[in-house]
Design a protein around this ligand. Structure first.
Ligand SMILES: [Zn+2]
Length: 106
């Protein structure tokens, strides 16, 4: 088991992408999916890899853990973005304050 996976599940703690439902033919010539408009629905994770969309098929039993991992990533990313924005504000204020101090000094 990879260090990213918890002991309870084989799904990693964090995932990027979106949960989708694929509707497909299974390939068996006698199946209803070959002769009717009905398709097999299967959960999958869709994600972007260097501009290409890729899909990983999921077991139904992994969907809840994948959903949680996606949410964990979304929350962590939002917090990181917030810190970066706060950093920009702090830097902008410090630069402006330094400039004001220099003007007064000369
Ligand atoms: Zn089928």
């Amino acid at each position: 088991m990879s260090p990213m996976a918890s002991s309870k599940t084989r799904v990693p703690r964090m995932l990027r992408g979106s949960l989708v439902t694929l509707r497909r033919r299974c390939g068996k010539p006698n199946c209803h999916c070959a002769t009717t408009v009905q398709r097999h629905e299967a959960p999958a994770l869709s994600y972007s890899d260097h501009g290409r969309t890729r899909v990983v098929m999921l077991a139904e039993s992994d969907v809840a853990a994948v959903t949680a991992a996606l949410e964990r990533y979304r929350a962590a990313k939002a917090e990181l973005d917030e810190q970066a924005v706060a950093g920009l504000v702090a830097l902008t204020e410090r630069v402006a304050a330094d400039r004001a101090t220099r003007r007064k000094g000369r």
